[in-house]
Design a protein around this ligand. Structure first.
Ligand code: ARG
Length: 458
């Protein structure tokens, strides 16, 4: 018999049961569901809506069920559709008809909203911790490579030399913003929907503030219709998650490129790579490849949920049940990716010599040559032209700018003097960028300190 069977004259079609049930995936919410019910029943008691013995019986029953589920002793029944009704059905079996009083003043609509708020709230904090661990791993690597210089790239063409620490600190800030974004949406996640009932509130004299306090919610919904139909906080979560995956994917892509023989900048630890079934020499960067690949599904979950919501009339519609799998999968995908990226970064080997070799070889000091001429009175456009021609002639001769003689420099432009050679050394090129957010050693060291402090304060 269904919990809502009263007004029906026929059993549900088996295919309909299978099609509408969510128990296969929403059983993940059992902890949140029982926690919410325990708070709800206690409040019903405090408000005199249930008698103390009823509260005690229901509370004991819910705890027993929780133990059984934790111990893996429960098989859920698709006939009871979802986690909420499976638990309520078990409760009635466990404690008798008094179990039927749990749902007083409540609907599955505000109940499922409460469960999802609880679930996403806890996972948000877990993910922020993971982000912090990743930022720490990146900072530690950066600290070890303040003096490692590689070419910075634009258009994937060598652009200007940068310190590896500077490159890694860019990711530290990207993941820092990600944590900020999660914590910003946390305010809205941490809002309590219970008390909205199915749509319009409840006729019972409930005190939802008691539930909010017990469950640690900072705010309550002001409008019951909004409370049961709001999925904004899930969209925000998926959007923040998508950006985290995009950032992880960009980092992964660089590690994949950098660990190719063509770059040879890093070697991922053996423990983070796999081999080929056919080619004995292969060591494949499967982990960053999969992280890059899984980014698509997280972005997909975000698109999927906004699309589901876009034309829904107020308030609860069964469409909303589609929010769950994407959220669960996003949490798991993100958790796995973050958990792996931190040690992968920590344990990768950096080939500083190869980085330097490329930084020195690729005209990444050409801007500095132009800047030098500007300090000698040329306009930047004139200087750009002179240096462009020097680069072209070097390219034709297979040379780099540091191979030119003072004579050759002065033929190109009489403003060149002997101090020009100093300006071309990659260290000096990097350290000339002291202003603002540049890659000079003193800046990088200062920013490293700042980031360590930021982390200590979180
Ligand atoms: N399983 C449902 C969901 O996840 C729970 C809410 C159902 N409410 C309803 N009135 N059918 O959305």
């Amino acid at each position: 018999m269904k919990l809502w069977g009263g007004r029906f004259t026929k059993p549900t079609n088996r295919l309909v049961e299978e099609y509408t049930a969510s128990i296969d995936f929403d059983q993940k919410l059992y902890e949140e569901d029982i926690r919410g019910s325990l708070a709800h029943v206690r409040m019903l008691g405090a408000c005199g809506i249930l008698q103390p013995d009823e509260v005690d019986a229901i509370t004991a029953g819910l705890k027993t069920i929780r133990e059984k589920i934790r111990a893996g002793e429960v098989t859920f029944d698709i006939a009871h559709e979802d986690i909420h009704m499976n638990i309520e059905k078990m409760l009635i079996e466990e404690v008798g008809p008094v179990g039927g009083k749990l749902h007083t003043g409540r609907s599955r609509n505000d109940q499922v909203a409460l469960d999802m708020h609880l679930y996403v709230r806890a996972r948000t904090l877990d993910l922020v911790k993971r982000l912090t661990a990743l930022r720490e791993a990146l900072i530690a690597k950066a600290e070890a490579h303040v003096d490692t210089i590689l070419p910075g790239y634009t258009h994937l063409q060598r652009a200007q030399p940068v310190r590896l620490a500077h490159h890694l600190l860019a990711y530290v800030d990207m993941f820092g913003r990600d944590a900020e974004r999660l914590m910003d949406s946390y305010k809205r996640v941490n809002t309590m929907p219970l008390g909205a009932g199915a749509i319009a509130g409840t006729t019972f004299p409930i005190q939802r503030e008691l539930v909010a306090e017990e469950l640690g919610f900072e705010r309550l919904y002001d409008n019951s219709m909004d409370a049961v139909s709001d999925r904004d906080y899930l969209v925000e979560f998926l959007s923040a998650a998508s950006l985290i995956m995009v950032h992880l994917s960009r980092l992964s892509e660089e590690l994949i490129l950098w660990s190719s023989e063509e770059f040879g900048y890093v070697e991922l630890d053996d423990a983070f790579c796999t081999g080929s079934s056919m080619m004995p020499q292969k060591k494949n960067p499967d982990v960053p490849e999969l992280i890059r690949g899984k980014t698509g599904r997280v972005v997909g979950h975000w698109v999927s949920l906004v699309t589901t919501l876009k034309a829904l009339p107020l308030t609860y519609n069964k469409d909303m049940q589609e929010d769950k799998e994407g959220i669960f999968d996003t949490v798991e995908t993100l958790d796995g990716a973050l958990a792996l990226t931190a040690p992968m970064v920590a344990e990768m080997k950096v080939n500083a010599d190869k980085m330097r070799e490329n930084a020195e070889a690729g005209f990444s000091n050409a801007t500095d040559l132009a800047d030098y001429l500007v300090t000698r009175g040329l306009s930047f456009r004139e200087a750009h032209e002179v240096v462009g021609r020097l680069v072209l002639s070097c390219l034709q001769q297979g040379k780099s700018l540091t191979d030119l003689t003072l004579d050759q420099f002065q033929q190109a432009c009489p403003a060149f003097e002997a101090d020009v050679f100093d300006k071309l050394l990659v260290e000096n090129v990097a350290d000339a960028r002291k202003a603002g957010s540049g890659t000079a050693k003193e800046r990088v060291v200062a920013v490293l300190d700042l980031k360590k402090k930021e982390i200590d304060e979180t």
